[in-house]
Design a binder for this molecule. Structure first.
Ligand code: FAD
Length: 273
């Protein structure tokens, strides 16, 4: 949104393409205390302020998922699920994506499967839920969920026996060495089939929160240079290795991944693009 604001105010024809919800990860932050000029806020309120500014500038917003790109020609093409888009400059601002389980989770998106406890815990008030976790990656999510859910079972692929011993939260159960085999339920999710120490079992639950961490999704990178961790390398003006292609925010190889630095990156790219 920051990149779009700067480019639009330079008189450019800007299309902001978003696959899910404007504001990205910021929507999931319960409390922000380090965004200059606003001493304390929640993520959704901050996103609303950004969105209002974008709307005020009549920036075109398109809801589509970019699945393929061609950055080789001077006029770049983005291939979305719904349409294709052509532009002289592209600013990649795709942030971080949740690491998926790699099982049949797509069948249950919005039907019991979630990647964000802060966003969706309230849909599971009083219910039993599971958290898919790797070496403790789901413990924070479990604590958030325990505030509203009846029971939270953490299904961790690593050895969590020490944590299980010190856990004092009666609503949270932590299982170690668990492989999630598949998600179960005719329409809505009703359980998860797991294998623990060679034994198959089904854990009944209304919700499964996948908390395996985040990574940059390379679908829209189109051959730009990346670092050893898969983040896009840019110069200080947000230029990538391909002419006319910029990268900003968390998707970029940099030290401090925060809202204010994403905004700063966006401002530079929006101006130069
Ligand atoms: C729990 C949590 C707490 C945090 N707390 C703070 C904090 O207190 N202060 C702070 O400054 N920062 C905080 N951060 C970090 C901050 O949220 C990020 O640095 C910031 O959101 C990065 O913005 P971004 O635009 O680069 O990426 P993102 O926020 O990840 O946004 C990327 C957007 O691109 C969209 N997208 C991705 N792929 C495609 C595609 N193929 N097609 C179309 N659209 C696509 C996504 O849907 C998303 O909306 C926190 C993050 C988390 C997760």
């Amino acid at each position: 949104m920051s990149a779009a604001i700067y480019a639009k105010r330079r008189g450019k024809n800007v299309v902001l393409i978003e696959k899910l919800a404007l504001g990205g990860q910021v929507n999931t932050i319960p409390k922000i205390e380090n965004f200059p000029s606003i001493s304390t806020t929640d993520g959704i309120s901050l996103v609303q302020k950004f969105s209002k500014q974008v709307e005020g500038l009549s920036i075109e917003i398109v809801y589509d998922t970019i699945q393929k790109v061609d950055y080789v020609s001077q006029v770049k093409t983005l291939f979305g699920q719904k349409d294709k888009y052509k532009a002289n400059s592209v600013i990649i601002a795709t942030g971080l994506s949740y690491i998926e389980l790699g099982k049949n989770e797509n069948d249950y998106v919005g039907k019991g499967l979630s990647y964000c406890a802060v966003c969706d815990a309230n849909f599971f008030k009083g219910e039993k839920v599971c958290v898919a976790s790797k070496n403790g990656s789901g413990l924070k999510e479990a604590v958030v969920l325990s505030e509203v859910c009846e029971k939270v079972t953490v299904l961790d692929s690593g050895d969590m026996s020490i944590y299980a011993q010190v856990n004092k939260n009666p609503k949270i159960e932590v299982l170690s060495n668990v492989e999630i085999e598949k998600l179960i339920g005719k329409d809505l999710l009703t359980g998860v089939e797991i294998v623990q120490n060679g034994e198959k079992q089904i854990i009944s639950c209304k919700g499964l929160f996948v908390a395996l961490g985040k990574k940059p999704d390379q679908t829209v990178f189109g051959g730009v240079k990346v670092d050893q961790n898969g983040f896009i390398i840019t110069d200080e003006n947000m230029r990538t290795s391909m002419k006319g292609v910029f990268a900003v925010g968390d998707v970029r190889s940099k030290v401090l991944k925060q809202v204010v630095t994403a905004c700063s990156d966006g401002a530079i790219a929006g101006q130069l693009a």
